[in-house]
Design a protein around this ligand. Structure first.
Ligand SMILES: [Ca+2]
Ligand SMILES: [Ca+2]
Length: 170
């Protein structure tokens, strides 16, 4: 840009003024945009209910992962999926609707779907007590969240979320 010195000075002054106005707006807008990008959020994984693991459905169903609608409208979760770090895959029941701000609990084992609870439908525990990774995908297969926990009582690090002896806080 070919500007004379006074013109350049005026230009720079104007530029600084604009940046001063815009920067706080950009910074404050970031979290709101993130919330829009990830309408469904993994809240917790109750990965190790107290007591030893037993091959009984009534005990397996104590284990769960919980998701929350963090968007501003009702979500249709048809086609949304959750995976563990192994072979397990959960697909939300067709036509599942979740109102804004509401949570849905997906329990391991087998059980009857309700408005607040669904089941993996497999005769197995899902979430490893020693650590695991939960991945949540939307209906287009886009990864919305990856939650990695180490098991036991662990402080949050770059790699792992905070956990207690029973629960991971994603
Ligand atoms: Ca989360
Ligand atoms: Ca477990």
């Amino acid at each position: 840009m070919l500007l004379s010195s006074p013109a350049r000075a005026r230009f720079l002054t104007a530029l600084v003024a604009v940046l001063a106005l815009v920067a706080p707006i950009l910074l404050s807008a970031a979290p709101a945009q993130a919330a829009v990008k990830k309408p469904l959020d993994i809240v917790t994984i109750y990965y190790n209910p107290p007591g030893a693991d037993h091959a009984r459905n009534s005990l397996r169903t104590k284990e769960y992962i919980r998701v929350k609608n963090t968007s501003s409208s009702t979500l249709n979760l048809t086609g949304y999926t959750i995976r563990d770090s192994g072979p397990w895959k959960f697909t939300f029941a067709k036509g599942t609707k979740l109102k804004r701000g509401k949570t849905l609990t997906i329990r391991s084992g087998i059980g009857k779907t309700s408005s607040t609870t669904q089941y993996w439908g497999a005769p197995s525990y899902i979430w490893n007590n020693t650590g695991d990774t939960a991945r949540l995908y939307n209906s287009k297969g886009k990864l919305l969240e990856s939650c990695r926990y180490k098991g036991k009582r662990t402080k949050a690090t770059k790699t792992y979320v905070r956990s207690t002896a029973t629960t991971a806080y994603c």
